[in-house]
Design a protein around this ligand. Sequence first.
Ligand SMILES: C[S@@+](CC[C@H](N)C(=O)[O-])C[C@H]1O[C@@H](n2cnc3c(N)ncnc32)[C@H](O)[C@@H]1O
Length: 231
Amino acid sequence: MRYLIEDIKNTVIQGDALEVLKKIPPEVFDMVFIDPPYFLQLKRKRLKRWNSKTLVKGVFEEWDRFSSFEEYDGFIESLLLEVKRVMKPNATLWVMGTYHNIFRVGKIMQDLDFWILNDVIWVKTNPMPNWLGVRFTNATETLIWAVKDKSVKNYTFNKEYAKSFGIGKIGANVWMVLTSTKEGDLILDPLAGTGTTGYAAKMLGRDFVLIEKNPQYVQLIRERLFPFLDR
Ligand SMILES: C[S@@+](CC[C@H](N)C(=O)[O-])C[C@H]1O[C@@H](n2cnc3c(N)ncnc32)[C@H](O)[C@@H]1O
């Protein structure tokens, strides 16, 4: 069974992205945003906030657990291959990560012939401090922006928008959507989490397809994006 793109536009599909993507026709998305698991490799109970001693949630979730770098790399490679297939010829891809995973992801992208246009640094205004004082506070995340291969030339880059935004003035998702898509474009986020990409897309006059495997997050997305969902 293959989806018709009109049937899944502005919806969230619950399922494993590797399976769901196989059912999506080729070359349908203008832009793809991926915020993959970081594979932080933290032991349970260890990451507590320095002031309240409360546990930092999220990074212990099932989705951040892989048995090895090999397994992590295999997941990223399979995902990127499927994503490449559903990108239009001139589409662009944003992948976001931290120092834990972004170098591996960048290497895999290059091995798959993606052509990197930029790396963009998101400077956090409220990073988690390194309370042990044994290394620098990690205050940034990196976004890699790429096209399918070196031959792609006519991708969307709204340079007037890019020039007009000062550092820290707007959120990373809004900035990304405005600089690399046009109104009416179709955006995919295959690891949608709480659905921020869909929200930014709709607020800015774009359409979206979201995929998320965790039913609790899917429920959150349904509540958050309720007025924007086609079904
Ligand atoms: C880093 S979070 C994304 C956060 C998101 N950018 C947001 O705004 O909330 C990664 C998400 O990918 C989901 N995920 C991990 N593996 C997946 C898979 N194989 N298929 C679909 N979703 C997956 C997780 O459940 C998690 O919500």
